[in-house]
Design a protein around this ligand. Structure first.
Ligand code: ATP
Ligand code: MG
Length: 408
């Protein structure tokens, strides 16, 4: 009988004195993510058990795989202490995994009950023999088996599992403080946010929206992305800050030489993000910049842009290949949303020849063309914030309202 799921924590060896808070946080998240399911939890020092009580294991796994800090899971079957029964159960488990194709296997036995009359080695030996006689398509390979059957002998019965299912890994979200994610509608920034959460950092999102220069569907992408990212957040909930950026955007288009449009626009974004970050007790900015991907992401550009904000900026994708980023985007469910065709403020009216090696002095000189500080203050003051949950399904479109009005 499939009885429970074994949960292993990640990186325990690295946590030193912080191990207690790591475990407390991870266990809190497990409890919270499994809320509403009729399962029972048991926490041991280096593992946790989820007793299924008949609940579908896939429903439990789907939730556990959204808890950062959990390394792997195994589905554990309990059966009576009878080697014949254990062998039959093992054959059934192997058959389910392999659909009876020929595979190599080995048995690994742990004997927690030292009064049991056979040694671990003897149990392994006898079980392997019985399994082979029931399933002749299997072969033993003790060095490099395709499947390992783990058997644990305890007083109350035998526990069996095959293999491990990968978890998110990393650290439990929230243990690393809170950061502000610059979330565009693109592919990269949601992945950057996911990676930061996986590393234990709680995220709030900031989105610069330029309606009516951009469409409201572009702001909707940010909403939908946050609702997906919230699946990995505590209580399936994430805060988003919408910054009205159109005035600044228009001022840049009207006053700045075209090749510096993106550079200056991004300097304005950094100034505002730094402000919103401090106001919301965030300790860093996270964004989706990746070295060399576009003109505004050369190291020279990053220097000129980052120069305006004296804050820690985390760029989880700095060294990522786009294909790897897309693979993650697909697996976390953001890729299809990001691929919707609507332009955001960084892609609409894109200059033909953006500067690749901008210069700080030149950028500062160009910025004297208009009084940007009042516009920045206005944008910060006009920022609208909301908590979104995975099941909020907020729809900004088709109402004839502006983004700000949707949050009044
Ligand atoms: P993405 O796929 O995340 O849009 P990108 O490669 O298209 O990234 P840019 O558009 O140059 O790159 O933006 C770089 C980063 O700046 C983004 O990853 C995001 O973190 C931030 N950013 C860009 N536009 C916005 C926006 N409208 N609102 C919030 N953040 C933004
Ligand atoms: Mg973009």
């Amino acid at each position: 009988m499939l009885e429970r799921i074994l949960v292993r924590y990640g990186e325990l060896n690295l946590k030193g004195k912080n191990i207690r808070s790591f475990l407390d946080r991870a266990n809190h998240l497990i409890r919270e993510k499994l809320e509403g399911l009729d399962v029972r939890l048991e926490f041991r020092h280096d593992r946790a058990y989820v007793f299924l009580n008949g609940v579908d294991p896939n429903a439990v796994l789907e939730r556990l795989q959204r808890v950062s800090g959990l390394y792997s899971f195994s589905l554990i079957t309990k059966c009576p202490l009878d080697l014949e029964v254990i062998a039959s159960e093992a054959v059934a488990m192997i058959a389910e995994k392999t659909r009876q194709s020929p595979v190599t296997f080995k048995v690994e036995t742990k004997r927690a009950d030292k009064t049991y009359p056979l040694t671990s080695q003897e149990i392994t030996h006898i079980l392997a023999g019985k399994i082979l006689s029931q399933a002749p398509y299997l072969k033993v390979d003790v060095h490099d088996p395709e499947l390992t059957l783990n058997v644990e002998i305890r007083q109350e019965g035998a526990y069996l599992f095959i293999g491990q299912i990968r978890g998110m890994g990393g650290y439990p979200v929230g243990i690393g403080g809170k950061a502000l994610l610059m979330l565009s509608g693109g592919i990269d920034s949601p992945v950057a946010g996911y990676l930061a959460m996986k590393q234990g950092v709680e995220i709030e999102a900031i989105h610069f929206e330029s309606t009516p220069l951009t469409s409201i569907e572009s702001a909707q992408k940010a909403v939908d992305l946050v609702e997906v990212l919230a699946r990995f957040a505590p209580h399936n909930r994430m805060k988003i800050h919408f910054v009205p950026f159109a005035k600044l955007h228009g001022a840049i288009l009207g006053n700045i030489p075209e090749s510096y449009h993106v550079t200056i626009m991004r300097r304005m974004m950094y100034r505002i993000a730094a402000e919103v970050m401090r106001k919301n007790d965030c300790l860093a900015i996270v964004n989706g910049e990746s070295i060399g991907q576009v003109a505004s992401q050369t190291l020279e550009s990053m220097n000129v842009i980052n120069h305006v904000a004296d804050v820690v900026v985390i760029r989880p994708l700095a060294t990522y290949d786009k294909l790897d980023t897309m693979r993650i985007a697909r697996s976390i469910g953001t890729l299809d949303i990001s691929n919707r065709p609507f332009e955001d403020c960084c892609t609409v009216y894109l200059p033909k020849n953006p500067v690749i090696r901008p210069n700080i002095g030149t950028a500062e000189q160009y910025e004297t063309a208009f009084a940007f500080q009042p516009l920045i203050e206005e944008a910060v003051a006009g920022t609208r914030s909301a908590y979104l949950r995975t099941d909020t399904h907020l729809d900004l479109t088709g109402k004839g309202l502006t983004v700000a009005e949707c949050f009044e």
